[in-house]
Design a protein. Structure first.
Length: 200
C-alpha cells in the first residue's frame, strides 16, 4: 500500500514539475513535442513585445516558438494582401429652383463635366442625396427631395453611368447646409449632393 502511494506521489510530482518547470524531463523534437503541447494547454503564452507581427512575411497560420511557448499567428504573403484603391473621387452639388425637381442646363453641364473628368469606367459607386428648404410640410419635402435625387440618377444613367452603381435617397428639409431664414440660405438648401467613389 505504501509503495502504491509512493508511485502516485511520484507521478503527481512529475506532472507538476513538467507543468511549472517547462518540461525539463522531455527531449524536444521537431515534429512531436508533448512538452510544448502541455504548455499550450496549461500555460498562458506571454505576449512577445519585440516581435514585429505586421511585417512578418510568410504563409497563413505560422507558428512561432519563443522561450518554450508556441505563438500561433496568421500572416499573409504579399500575394495574399488585397490593396484597395477605392476612394471618394469627387463630390458635386446640384441646385434647384423653388418647388422644382427638374435639372437646369447649367447644372447638367456641371454633372457631365465631373463624370468626364473622373472617367465613367473608374466609377464604382455614386450616392445621391436630395434635399429641400423648410417651406412646405415635412411629407411634401421628403417626396420632393426624393424626386430631385432620382432626377439626378436618371440623368447620370442617360449619359452612360451604370445604374447598378447608383443609389438615391431623399432627406427632405432635415439636413440643411444654411439657414432657412433667408432667401440665400433656402436656395443653398434646395439641392442634390452627389458623392462619387471609384479607383483613383
Amino acid at each position: 500500500m505504501l509503495l502504491k502511494n509512493n508511485i502516485y506521489f511520484f507521478f503527481i510530482v512529475l506532472y507538476f514539475t513538467i507543468l511549472l518547470d517547462g518540461c525539463a524531463f522531455f527531449e524536444k523534437k521537431d515534429n512531436e513535442n508533448p512538452c510544448v503541447i502541455l504548455q499550450i494547454k496549461h500555460k498562458v503564452a506571454p505576449v512577445i513585445v519585440d516581435l514585429d507581427y505586421i511585417n512578418i512575411k510568410g504563409s497563413q497560420d505560422t507558428a512561432i516558438y519563443r522561450g518554450g511557448f508556441q505563438h500561433a499567428i496568421t500572416v499573409l504573403s504579399e500575394k495574399g494582401i488585397r490593396k484597395s484603391n477605392t476612394a471618394v473621387l469627387e463630390t458635386e452639388t446640384v441646385y434647384f429652383k423653388f418647388n422644382h425637381y427638374n435639372i437646369e442646363e447649367r447644372e447638367k453641364s456641371k454633372i457631365t463635366s465631373t463624370i468626364e473628368n473622373i472617367g465613367i469606367n473608374n466609377i464604382t459607386e455614386i450616392m445621391i442625396s436630395g434635399h429641400t428648404d423648410s417651406v412646405g410640410s415635412e411629407h411634401y419635402n421628403i417626396t420632393l427631395s426624393e424626386r430631385r435625387a432620382n432626377e439626378v440618377k436618371g440623368f447620370l444613367i442617360g449619359i452612360g453611368v451604370d445604374k447598378s452603381v447608383i443609389s438615391a435617397v431623399g432627406y427632405g428639409e432635415n439636413i440643411p447646409i444654411d439657414s432657412n431664414l433667408t432667401n440665400e440660405g433656402r436656395a443653398r438648401n434646395r439641392r442634390a449632393e452627389i458623392k462619387l467613389k471609384g479607383n483613383d
